[in-house]
Design a protein. Structure first.
Length: 455
């Protein structure tokens, strides 16, 4: 038995209580998460623990010239000694260890092939967004675990970022990146998607700048182009899958159109490139342009109430309204890429907004067709009722209304069945004008059914 005041005994009990406290907090937090009742208290505890751990794991900053001279005894460093110190400084610089990947149509096959070609000791963290229905289920982590050696799982809110892991965005939630941990947020949709590729890419570029590698794979829309441009502006590395190889080339083509990408490669080449980039030291520092806008848009994606309630908005007001919430859209320009964002945070590219407006037009046309069919049916019924009551003038008027509604309904039906509502080249308006012209010529001819005696 140790004597009271023994230093060894004090060290033993101090270490014992420290480990006991850590395990107790971890147990309580996991219990709260598993039960779905994660309280604000445990969120704050976990966030502080994560941030402390992230600061401990963060590579030390590059020593300044004065620090190097102080280590050398206060004398200026020259010659071989300077070369030796520069070699040592490279060990302090992280490589491209934040890899963000976005895919849509055909993305399951592409992501599984890419994960299968990565090594188990990859010194990087990988974040993936695959477009899935908001209220659907995703088994992508299971597919990735069977395809490659890296452990994949749906990201958990406030989860710490670790190397050798694949974080997958869960359905219906945005995956956002912070310093040392991730956020899972049910924020406003971007380009009609949640999770969205742009929100992941934008937050990664804002936090980690040149350490980020952005990868765009196969997809049927243009989500990811704005986020890839943000990574490029922050001196990150931009990679796009070869459109000729992609199952759906629209998303890679959109990224190539608006971003001067660093690499355009097939899937096998992308895996080899990532293995090489994670070991390369950074060649550029974070760039300043666009940082304020990135900060503002990232906070909007997180539904930050001060930002949502603020009167300050990126861009300028436009004449268009948001297809999601019917609010005013602000117009933003990133180089040649035109985008729109509303007050609460819904975001669209120009092509995405045009597609949403085309969908609105289709809904309006179907509603108009339904209204005209109901009008024609009601007019026919009233005409039959008037005929049985020998009210010839009313009968003629109701039948004329029914025939007019049927003609207009036929015009709209031809437009809808022609599958041209979502045509982006303007063919819809041309066909609609042709149909209306045919309707007007038809009205100019006398309808024999209207030739009834009037009393």
């Amino acid at each position: 038995m140790s004597a009271p005041g023994n230093p060894l005994e004090e060290i033993f009990w101090e270490e014992f209580f420290r480990k006991f406290e850590e395990k107790t907090l971890a147990f309580l937090y996991q219990d709260e998460v598993s039960g779905g009742r994660q309280s604000r208290f445990f969120k704050l505890i976990n966030r502080g623990t994560i941030e402390d751990k992230a600061r401990e794991e963060e590579p030390p900053s590059r020593p300044s010239r004065k620090e190097r001279e102080w280590k050398a005894g206060g004398k200026p460093v020259r010659g071989k000694e300077r070369s030796f110190m520069r070699k040592q400084e490279k060990e302090f610089l992280p490589g491209h260890d934040i890899i963000v990947i976005g895919a849509s149509l055909g993305g399951v096959e592409a992501l599984s092939k890419l994960a299968g070609n990565l090594p188990p000791d990859l010194p990087a963290s990988i974040f993936m967004v695959l477009h899935v229905p908001v209220y659907g289920t995703s088994i992508l982590p299971d597919i990735l675990n069977r395809s490659g050696p890296l452990r994949a799982a749906h990201a958990v809110d406030l989860e710490a970022i670790q190397h050798g892991r694949i974080y997958v965005a869960p359905p219906g939630f945005h995956l956002l990146i912070h310093h040392g941990f991730v956020r899972i947020v049910r924020g406003p949709k971007e380009n009609g998607h949640r999770p969205a590729i742009d929100s992941l890419f934008r937050t990664a570029a804002r936090v980690y700048g040149p350490r980020v590698v952005g990868v765009i794979l196969t997809g049927a829309d243009d989500d990811g182009a704005a986020g890839l441009l943000a990574i490029k502006m922050c001196n990150g590395v931009t990679v796009v899958q070869d459109p000729d190889e992609a199952i759906s080339p629209q998303m890679p083509c959109s990224a190539l159109e608006y971003v001067e990408v660093d690499y355009c490669l097939p899937l096998s080449g992308i895996a080899s490139l990532l293995k090489r980039l994670v070991h390369e030291p950074l060649k550029a520092e974070r760039s300043g342009p666009g940082s304020d806008q990135l900060e503002m848009e990232s906070k909007i994606a997180e539904v930050s109430m001060p930002m949502v309630e603020s009167e300050e908005r990126p861009g300028k007001p436009s004449i268009f309204i948001c297809p999601e919430c019917k609010g005013t859209l602000w117009e933003l320009e990133d180089h040649d890429l035109l985008r729109f964002r509303c007050r609460v945070g819904h975001a669209f590219t120009a092509d995405g907004l045009l597609l949403e407006k085309s969908n609105e037009l289709e809904v309006a046309l179907w509603s108009a067709l339904r209204a005209l069919e109901e009008k024609a049916s009601l007019a026919r019924r009233l005409a039959l009722r008037s005929r049985t009551q020998n009210r010839n003038l009313a009968t003629a008027r109701f039948e004329e209304n029914a025939q007019e509604a049927e003609r207009h309904a036929e015009v709209i039906r031809r437009v809808l069945l022609d599958n041209s509502v979502t045509d982006r080249e303007g063919a819809t308006s041309d066909r609609l004008k042709e149909a209306m012209a045919g309707d007007q010529s038809h009205q100019g001819k006398k309808d024999p059914t209207n030739d009834q005696p009037a009393n």
